[in-house]
Design a protein around this ligand. Sequence first.
Ligand SMILES: O=C(O)C1=C[C@@H](OP(=O)(O)O)[C@@H](O)[C@H](O)C1
Ligand SMILES: C=C(OP(=O)(O)O)C(=O)O
Length: 421
Amino acid sequence: MPVDTSAPRSLALPGSKSITARALFLAAAADGVTTLVRPLRSDDTEGFAEGLTRLGYRIGRTPETWQVDGRPQGPAVTEADVYCRDGATTARFLPTLAAAGHGTYRFDASEQMRRRPLAPLSRALRDLGVDLRHEEAEGHHPLTVRAAGVEGGEVTLDAGQSSQYLTALLLLGPLTRRGLRIRVTDLVSVPYVEITIAMMRAFGVEVAREGDTYVVPPGGYRATTYAVEPDASTASYFFAAAAITPGAAVTVPGLGTGALQGDLAFVDVLRRMGAEVTVGADATTVRGTGELRGLTVNMRDISDTMPTLAAIAPFASGPVRIEDVANTRVKECDRLEACAENLRRLGVRVSTGPDRIDIHPGTAPSPTTEITTYGDHRIVMSFAVTGLRVPGISFDDPGCVRKTFPGFHEAFAELGRGIGG
Ligand SMILES: O=C(O)C1=C[C@@H](OP(=O)(O)O)[C@@H](O)[C@H](O)C1
Ligand SMILES: C=C(OP(=O)(O)O)C(=O)O
């Protein structure tokens, strides 16, 4: 790719999926009207907003904002059927919100979301007295909540497969009559819990920690105006593109030292590999230096960026080992195997273990390679980065990027044309 090494290319990226989902929950539960500024508009967050609408919440829209009429007392309808699409935040957070209301609420989801685990959350909700029934397989969607408010108290949770169970219970805490004490026996994706706690604070609730127990007071949320950061997981594709292109530089404004999202730490991985990284007060820049070293990295905290790293790993000068990412097997697809299979198709030597992937340098692609996406947005966006260096890559389902970034292909093509300036 021709590269101009002058000014970095500045990219205004869409809002964070995780922050938008939490903001929608908090706004719906708060007392008063909340304005979300620059929420993410994508299949996941539209699905979340549609779910809230089904539950009777009112959401007004302008081009830049969503206004949510909060209802501390819970859903405005006593019966609803909600389709959560492919979004785990929707499928796990909304039944929890509904539990605090009064009515009968059914939740279903996509085929893949039906396969993804939910049992530790439904068990915890039942332990708190919630009448939650799975219609088909135990611990999976579809499910029905017969809600009569939640008293609160103590509960034990295993969040070793997904932190979203803990986030759902934390968000529920202030809506219970006595508050919640959540004892956590295992936890992945810790930075997502930190996002939850920081956002609850912005809506007037302080979560305390006592060792392995999270303590959430009762009392409800306060409406506010909330500006959504750009999505740091989305930014990883653009940062990775710069890192593999000598002299190219990408700046993402709105993601700096004060950013809430743990996935911004992906730039630390790129820095360890040899990229030049600057994290400023309100922007982050990655510049490709021509050097890309192999490394061993634990991605337990930032596993949504595992496919991004896997997709550029063959361009490193030594092997890349990504460890402690077992739960990437229960995301939009089995991401460890999807990455391995597609890399092998590109002639790369790869092996996987229960919770790791090893990738060796070098590609030997055929002139055209179709990537099997399994409907997973991150497989598409990651291998699009590989495509900057390997010609002839196509996707069986390029449109699945709609889950978090409907405009990805246009934005990425533009970057490809002008990276570096
Ligand atoms: O809480 C959230 O918004 C998320 C938490 C993470 O999931 P797990 O906790 O299941 O790893 C992440 O992978 C997902 O994309 C979003
Ligand atoms: C795993 C993801 O999404 P979710 O769990 O929210 O469906 C993701 O966006 O990579």
